[in-house]
Design a protein around this ligand. Structure first.
Ligand SMILES: [Zn+2]
Length: 277
């Protein structure tokens, strides 16, 4: 069975009720709850319609909170069990424990500049945010450690994926050979074009070189997924433990929030992962 996330997995996404896609990569681990939200099922309007999950845009905060309440109700996970990142395109990965319960949602965060979250606690749902950037989900079924990392192009340049694996190894003793990694929906190589300055930054990374393509109009295309996979393999992940996502958020901007697809006027989706008790 194909455990990559494919367009066929969008078949169940309808324009009524709260809808998120689940990750086939973790389907054999009943203790894992993991998914990625769509635009559907929330109360926000306009460019944020409807399930905007970001408090940092100009959306009405009470609508965003109601969207989280709906997600909480649907997943059966109390808001106080969620822990939100503080994303600044950093390469920082934080170890999450019970003291962080509800932070970013029901209490203030005690941290800043945190784009990756890892935990070995059960019943704590890690939550990160996206509108085209790359969601990375991690799980070590032996050590029972989960991770969730936001890797946009800036995070990919800084190798936050590699940082996440190093931290899972150093803090929790995870063997990279046992870690399963899965990509969520993001802007793929069909749509992710950059100018020469950004392409030049990627060209400095030796393992990225085969995944940058020049076009004849002076723009460049970057394949973030393959660059991240190269990094994960260098950290010791087995290729058969890495699951791709063939769904592009810009190509499916009617289903997912897409910064590029909506020329910057976009709400924000959430990725989530939790180890059940
Ligand atoms: Zn695309």
């Amino acid at each position: 069975m194909d455990k990559n996330l494919n367009v066929q997995h969008l078949a169940n996404v309808k324009e009524e009720g709260l809808r998120y896609i689940t990750l086939p990569a973790f389907s054999e681990f009943p203790e894992i709850v993991a998914g990625f939200t769509t635009r559907f099922g929330g109360v926000s309007t306009g460019e944020f319609a409807t399930l905007n999950l970001s408090f940092t845009r100009s959306d009405d905060k009470s609508n965003v909170f109601e969207n989280y309440r709906l997600l909480s109700e649907d997943l059966g996970v109390p808001l106080n069990n969620m822990v939100l990142s503080y994303q600044t395109h950093s390469k920082n990965v934080m170890t999450v424990s019970k003291e962080h319960s509800g932070m970013g949602l029901v209490t203030d965060r005690t941290y800043t500049d945190t784009d990756g979250l890892i935990t070995d606690e059960t019943s704590l749902m890690l939550v990160t945010h996206y509108a085209d950037c790359v969601p990375l989900y991690f799980y070590d079924p032996f050590k029972k450690v989960a991770g969730l990392t936001h890797s946009g192009w800036k995070g990919t340049l800084q190798d936050i994926a590699g940082e996440t694996i190093k931290k899972m190894r150093d803090v929790y003793g995870c063997n990279p050979e046992n870690i399963r990694a899965a990509f969520g929906p993001h802007i793929r190589n069909c749509c992710f074009e950059v100018d020469v300055d950004v392409a030049g930054e990627f060209a400095k990374i030796d393992y990225a070189k085969g995944h940058i393509f020049s076009r004849n109009d002076g723009k460049w295309m970057i394949d973030l997924e393959n660059i991240i996979i190269e990094s994960l393999k260098r950290q010791g992940l087995r290729e058969d433990n890495i699951f791709r996502c063939n769904i592009c958020t810009k190509c499916h901007k009617e289903i997912f929030f897409s910064h590029r697809g909506s020329r910057g006027k976009s709400g924000t989706a959430a990725a989530f992962i939790m180890i059940k008790e």
